[in-house]
Design a protein around this ligand. Structure first.
Ligand code: ADP
Ligand code: MG
Length: 694
């Protein structure tokens, strides 16, 4: 199926975004329809529906919205309609002002006042009616329209005009601040390379990164972004990788080193042999991940959208009750500036949910943007919520807590094989595995094994590998795989990999791993935050205990196969919900080499240094770009801050509304104060949200 992406120009309310999404989703030939209000983006997949048909459906819902292709949208987006809005506002104020404050004949001043109303109310009323007829729903525009018209008929001209003037000013300011936050989020993720310097013979040509092929040579000069992944074949440079990893330290690269797209050459100049097409490159994968992340809406977000569509009709009903029944049961009259109709109108204005509908999605978006800047990719707003509620983190050992770069400490030989042979048979097979142990063994065996022909290679997760080579059946792996017991008490603190050839133990390779820098510190901080830490490993008990104790992990489980890890995680999750702690989340942190099922099963699956491993990215919810586990603390901080700001905004909006409501019930404050409060609250919440990005 083909994926389509468009920018929705002139989309100016979060609720309308939802309406469009709902409407398009009803078409069974459109799949994965999503409208992202924060980014004004529409995405869907289809084979049958034409763009024109989709555009027609969008226009039916929101006539002003235009669908623009992503590439062309760049310039269009900047040109907003704020200018015309300001002009309309001024004309309206002038007409109504002359009508109200000059001594013209009554008929003329009435006409002037009414035309002032019409000019000012035009957009709001049009939006209200559109919503009412297109989806039988009432929204804030509707509330404002009836408040104004109501005020006019009860004779409160100034009040009515103030409502719409303030509302329009508010809309303009709101649009300005939303544009600003969209821009700062965009700047944050400004890692997309614009061009590549392709080297053809002796000439250098500037081309689009998308047009460069694998094997092409590109040149990257000082100050430029590395546009594609590849290997340095000439030159030396210092790379700034901060936009990928959040690390500010410069990395030195020289001939033979891998470089990732998205980093910036701070000093020097390099020639790179491209190893991936742009679509598969690191930059593009990060951008796609972040894009898709904000499309998956968090529960709070959809809750707010859902709630507001039930909420508004209830509010209107309530206002009607106030207007009709108050005079029957009290001495309050129907009309007049303290009458029941006027009070009902105030009530309507106060109940506008705009500040909430705008600030909640914007907050999640900012949280995800901020984390990606730190080198932490969070795959959906749901996980921002979940991370804050993590009660237990389970770590994989190899490659997560330890470096996963094994040193070969010793090679034991049995039967008639010598050390070199043991290493050779291990290396030939391990060449096909991605496990950290495999990589370390290949590194040690320096002979060329690329062209060795092997058959029936199999990887037995959590145990080792098996393969056939020159008619020999060979196993390389732990004691369980080869069916032996390790009785040598002296080497318990090393990982022992046996090599078995045709049912005979040929030898064993003893490997030592090191604890990663900063691990102990991170575990301590997590424990201080009240988060329980556990380690699940496939390695033997002695090593597990030794390493676990050294870094201060609270709970250690060893000799586990990937499926054991899966079952244990499942048990943990169930335990928490059984003891009535349903909100408590369990996270699993792994390198994703053979832990994909566990990563997927955990409430929050976190993979490390994982941009290299496709399956880890697929299975995990959070990808940490570096090998640095302290990023987990950072992720927790960002998620806490985001949720705190959402909460602040909710509490602030609701309390201001309640206070105004209270004041208006006891007769203090009128409609336009209520509008002022609503607009003010919306803008303050947007600014508060921007603090997440700091
Ligand atoms: P961890 O849980 O520490 O990440 P794994 O589940 O990846 O460990 O592996 C557990 C054990 O299985 C390793 O300690 C090693 O003994 C053995 N093993 C796994 N894969 C391989 C391999 N490719 N070659 C040799 N041994 C392996
Ligand atoms: Mg592992």
């Amino acid at each position: 199926m083909k994926k389509y992406e468009f920018i929705l120009k002139n989309l100016d309310c979060a609720a309308c975004a939802n309406e469009i999404q709902e409407k398009l989703s009803k078409n069974s030939k459109l799949y994965n329809v999503n409208v992202n209000f924060a980014k004004l983006k529409l995405t869907y997949e289809t084979n049958e529906v034409t763009v024109d048909e989709v555009e027609k459906a969008v226009k039916e819902q929101e006539p002003e919205v235009e669908m623009i292709e992503i590439d062309k949208s760049k310039n269009e987006e900047e040109k907003s309609k704020i200018g015309t809005q300001i002009i309309r506002l001024l004309i309206g104020i002038m007409l109504a002002g002359i009508g109200l404050y000059t001594k013209l004949p009554l008929e003329i001043s009435t006409i002037l006042i009414i035309s002032g109303y019409v000019v000012l109310l035009y957009r709001t009323t049009k939006n209200a009616l559109k919503m009412l007829f297109a989806s039988k729903k009432i929204n804030e525009n509707f509330l404002i329209t009836i408040s104004c018209i109501g005020a006019y008929f009860v004779g409160e001209h100034l009040e009515g005009l103030m409502v719409i003037i303030l509302y329009e000013i508010g809309k303009i300011l709101e649009e300005k601040s939303i544009n600003k936050s969209r821009k700062s989020i965009k700047d944050l993720m400004n890692i997309k390379p614009e061009y590549a310097n392709l080297k053809i013979g002796n000439k250098i040509e500037q081309v689009k990164p998308e047009d460069v092929q694998i094997g092409n040579i590109i040149v990257v000069k000082q100050g430029e972004k590395v546009p594609l992944d590849g290997k340095v074949i000439k030159g030396k440079a210092e790379l700034n990788t901060s936009s990928l990893t959040g690390e500010s330290k410069l990395a030195q690269v020289e001939e033979g080193k891998q470089v990732l797209s998205g980093s910036i050459v701070a000093d020097g100049m390099i020639e790179i042999e491209v190893s991936e097409k742009y679509e598969q490159s690191t930059v593009n994968r990060i951008l796609e991940l972040v894009e898709n992340a904000t499309d998956k809406k968090a529960k709070t977000e959809t809750f707010v959208n859902k709630a507001s569509s039930i909420y508004t009709p209830i509010v209107v009903g309530f206002a009607a009750i106030i207007a009709i029944f108050l005079p029957i049961f009290t001495s309050i009259p129907y009309v007049g500036d303290n009458g029941s109709i006027y009070r009902a109108l105030i009530f309507l204005v106060i109940s506008c949910p705009c500040s909430i509908a705008i600030s909640v999605p914007l907050s999640y978006f900012s949280g995800i943007g901020k984390s990606s800047k730190e080198g932490i990719l969070i795959k959906g707003s749901d996980y921002i919520d979940a991370i804050k509620n993590i009660r237990e983190i389970v770590f994989d050992k190899t490659g997560t807590l330890t470096k996963g770069e094994f040193d070969i400490k010793k090679i034991e030989t049995y039967a008639d094989y010598d050390e070199n042979e043991v290493l050779k048979y291990a290396a030939i097979g391990e060449n096909y595995s991605n496990h950290p142990i495999a990589r370390s063994i290949i590194k040690k065996y320096s002979h060329d094994i690329k062209n060795e022909n092997i058959e029936d290679f199999a990887e037995i997760a959590g145990k080792g590998i098996s393969y056939k080579y020159q008619d020999k059946i060979i196993f390389v792996g732990n004691s369980e795989l080869v069916g032996t017991e390790n009785s040598n008490k002296n080497d318990f603190d090393m990982t022992k990999i046996y090599v078995k050839i045709n049912d005979i133990l040929a030898g064993a390779i003893l490997l030592g791993d090191e604890i990663k820098e900063g691990t102990t510190e991170t575990i301590r901080k997590l424990n201080n935050l009240g988060i329980k830490t556990s380690m699940f490993t496939g390695d033997n008990k002695e090593i597990a205990e030794k390493i676990g104790k050294e870094i201060g992990i609270q709970n250690i489980k060893s000799e586990m196969l990937p499926q054991d890890k899966y079952n244990e995680i499942e048990k943990l999750i169930n335990n928490y919900s059984n003891i009535g702690n349903k909100g408590a989340k369990v996270a699993f942190v792994g390198d994703g080499i053979n832990d994909s099922p566990v990563l997927a099963r955990a409430d929050v699956g976190i993979s490390m240094g994982g941009i290299g491993s496709e399956s880890a990215i697929e299975a995990s919810d959070v990808v940490i770009m570096t090998d640095n586990i302290s990023k987990i603390i950072k992720a927790i901080e960002i998620s806490k801050k985001t949720c705190k700001i959402i909460k602040q905004n909710l509490i602030f909006s609701i309390s201001v509304k309640l206070i105004i409501l209270l004041l208006s019930t006891i007769g203090i404050g009128g409609i336009w104060q209520a509008v002022f409060a609503d607009v003010g609250v919306t803008i303050i919440t947007i600014f508060n949200t921007l603090r997440i990005l700091k």
